[in-house]
Write a protein that binds this ligand. Structure first.
Ligand code: KG4
Ligand code: ZN
Length: 332
């Protein structure tokens, strides 16, 4: 009988300290997430130095909790997978240094995981049958990519944002409208009470690139010039315009590349309107749309362990010189 593989995932790229144990790349035994949102809310956004300090304080107890909840010992772990980029350098260094120390002390192999590839891998947990190739739309706070996922760690970037990431635009709109931080979920909720009845400019390119700064600026200007504008209508209109731009590109790529699976990933894929509209598109085109369960959309270590598993089985290990790479690209 094949031996089960237990991978420990470690994630600390932004404001979540998370450690998970995942069995055979697909089964989550534990996924402990310590969010710093409450602390950063006071400042209206993530303060990098505070984030690093918080990771340092909690990471060891999170590791112990992850093992306890999984019901295994450190001895039973086969590999230690850690996010080494992209992200905030000080935050990443806490996770990377901790993982290196654990690897050195236990002799377990170290696996370097790209955070964006981790977001894609969240889907392997939700959908046990999902395998590449597929088309993936990654929409997070820092990244917007349309990717042809050829293999577990082989990516062809079809398009990316030329300016703001989708999540960044949500967060900025939320701040301007007075909803505060973190903006995405607040825009999502308020939009449910409004009508998408305000025309906003849509951006199109000949290739699969995106741009969200135009629509963000239009919302900021409208809000400034028309203070009594209904905020719920503004949020609903913003969300609808963003979704139209996302769907236009995805639909174009599905037709050109003849792929029959569309996969969503990243924090913004938690958005209820975006999920609904992608499901409708799937029905219209008669293709399956995959969306990670909400807790796996935003930053978590189970997705890092899931990705790490596919590197582990290929013996793709890192050495103890591993460093944080804050601007790491998906194709690197
Ligand atoms: O993937 P993630 O946790 O972190 C990055 O790797 O960037 O994404 C965080 C982003 C934030 O911009 C947050 O506002 C957004 O995801 N987000 C949402 C929703 N939930 C989280 N945006 C829109 N609607 C949501 N329900
Ligand atoms: Zn993320």
């Amino acid at each position: 009988m094949k031996k089960d593989i237990y991978i420990m995932g470690i994630e600390s790229s932004c404001d979540e300290t998370s450690i998970a144990i995942v069995k055979n790349g697909r089964e989550v035994l534990s996924n402990v997430i310590n969010s710093q949102i409450k602390i950063h809310t006071e400042y209206g956004g993530v303060v990098p130095e505070i984030a690093s300090r918080c990771h340092t304080e909690v990471i060891n107890s999170i590791m112990k909790q992850a093992l306890k909840e999984a019901g295994i010992t450190l001895e039973q772990v086969d590999g230690i997978a850690v996010t080494y980029g992209p992200g905030l350098v000080g935050a990443l260094l806490v996770g990377v240094s901790y993982a290196k120390a654990l690897s050195f002390a236990t002799g377990k192999p170290l696996i370097a995981v790209n955070h964006i590839a981790g977001h894609i891998s969240a889907n392997y947990i939700t959908y046990k049958e999902l395998e590449p190739p597929f088309l993936c739309l990654i929409i997070s706070g820092g990244h917007t990519y349309l990717v042809n996922v050829k293999d577990y760690n082989e990516f062809e970037i079809l398009g990316k944002t030329r300016d703001d990431a989708v999540g960044e635009a949500f967060d900025k709109v939320a701040r301007v409208v007075g909803l505060g931080y973190p903006g995405g979920p607040k825009v999502d909720n308020l939009a449910k009470e409004g009508e998408a009845n305000i025309n906003l400019p849509l951006t199109h390119f000949d290739n699969y690139d995106f741009s969200f700064s135009g629509i963000k600026t239009a919302v900021i200007n409208l809000n400034h010039k028309t203070p009594d504008l209904n905020k719920a209508d503004l949020c609903a209109s913003f969300q609808k315009a963003v979704t139209t731009m996302l769907i236009n590109n995805v639909e174009k790529a599905v037709k050109e590349f003849n792929l029959d699976k569309i996969v969503l990933a990243g924090g913004v894929s938690r958005n209820s309107y975006i999920r609904k509209e992608f499901e409708k598109m799937g029905e219209r085109l008669n293709i399956k749309v995959y969306e990670p369960e909400p807790i796996l959309c935003t930053d978590n270590a189970a997705m890092i362990a899931a990705n790490g598993y596919y590197k582990f089985i290929k013996n793709e290990f890192a050495d103890l010189k591993l460093n944080a790479v804050p601007n790491l690209k998906l194709e690197q």
